[in-house]
Design a protein around this ligand. Structure first.
Ligand code: DON
Length: 308
């Protein structure tokens, strides 16, 4: 089945009506106290076309905490600068473990499985920091440019909340530093990483900012960030690792490269066709938005758009 752009709106309306009727939506992340207060039933969804046209339903313009979704953008920004050398410092295999797990790091000599678990994202941010001197600032500038929203910013309350509860990320960073896989001082890296995770953005902002992955590496202004091949690689790692130990189930249900965050957002890519972002703060036990995965599942089923 082919779907015309104008058909996105009825599809989104249909999904919204279904989500409204769905009871039980998981729980908001409580390990970052500033996120715990979010109502798990809130919901928004946006679809952006490669030309920057964006459609949405529900709270699609409501900013939320992007969290691990930012790992896609820091990966792309670092890959654009250093190319394949990055893969000597972080792998690209699913971990099968929770996003904040430590167990694989010791028997894999401080090389994290992939850039989307916390350990891997810390390595990517560290390398971007070395190359730019301000990894979080680079990320914010990129998100502002791609979304066209200059008001995007860090949420310093969320960053402070995470810093105060950051023992596990600090442990990951110190442990990798002991293997020589972290260049910067750990407190500097953690400050960059927590600010990175704290960026507040809406479904509309993130669907637009993800557009370069549907345009095979081309930014909103027409310049190239990634080669076509690198854009494929980022999409592939999202498909296999973007939802942690639920990546197999996400691929099975949704059939798209996707990346979740504990703020309740998920981005997804239909290469060549559109990008999506959905937000609902209620999470399942693996840290993925319950209504978010359900909405993406319905989107690909109703439209027939998937990579398979
Ligand atoms: O590192 C953390 O714990 C968070 N700032 C980000 C984790 C996250 O979003 C994992 N995603 N589902």
């Amino acid at each position: 089945m082919t779907i015309m752009s104008s058909q996105f709106r009825p599809v989104l309306d249909h999904i919204m009506a279904e989500i409204d009727r769905t009871p039980g939506r998981g729980r908001s992340a409580d390990y970052i106290p500033a996120l715990a207060a979010r109502d798990p039933r809130r919901f928004g969804m946006a679809v952006a076309e490669p030309d920057g046209t964006v459609y949405g339903v529900g709270e699609w313009r409501q900013p939320f905490s992007t969290q691990s979704i930012t790992k896609v953008f820091t990966l792309a920004l670092d890959l654009a600068r250093e190319g394949d050398e990055l893969w000597e410092h972080v792998g690209r295999e699913p971990s099968g473990n929770p996003f904040n797990s430590l167990v694989q790091l010791e028997y894999e000599s401080g090389i994290p499985r992939n850039p989307f678990i916390n350990a891997g994202a810390l390595v990517v941010t560290d390398r971007l920091q070395t190359r730019t001197g301000d990894a979080a600032g680079e990320l914010l500038a990129f998100l502002r440019a791609e979304s066209g929203n200059d008001a995007l910013d860090f949420d310093l309350e969320v960053a402070a909340s995470e810093t105060a509860n950051g023992d596990r990320n600090a442990a990951l960073a110190h442990f990798m530093a002991s293997y020589g896989n972290i260049d910067n001082d750990v407190p500097v890296l953690l400050d960059q990483y927590f600010r990175q995770c704290s960026v507040a953005a809406s479904c509309a902002d993130l669907a637009l900012a993800t557009g370069f992955l549907a345009r095979h590496g081309i930014r909103a202004d027409g310049s190239r960030l990634l080669s076509r091949s690198q854009a494929k690689q980022v999409n592939a790692v999202m498909l296999t690792c973007g939802t942690y130990d639920a990546a197999g189930d996400f691929a099975y249900r949704v059939g798209l490269p996707g990346k979740s965050g504990v703020g309740g957002g998920i981005i997804a890519v239909v290469p060549g066709r559109c990008t999506l972002c959905v937000w609902s703060p209620g999470l399942d036990e693996r840290g993925n938005s319950v209504a978010g995965v359900a909405a993406l599942d319905r989107f690909t089923t109703l439209t027939g758009l998937s990579v398979f």
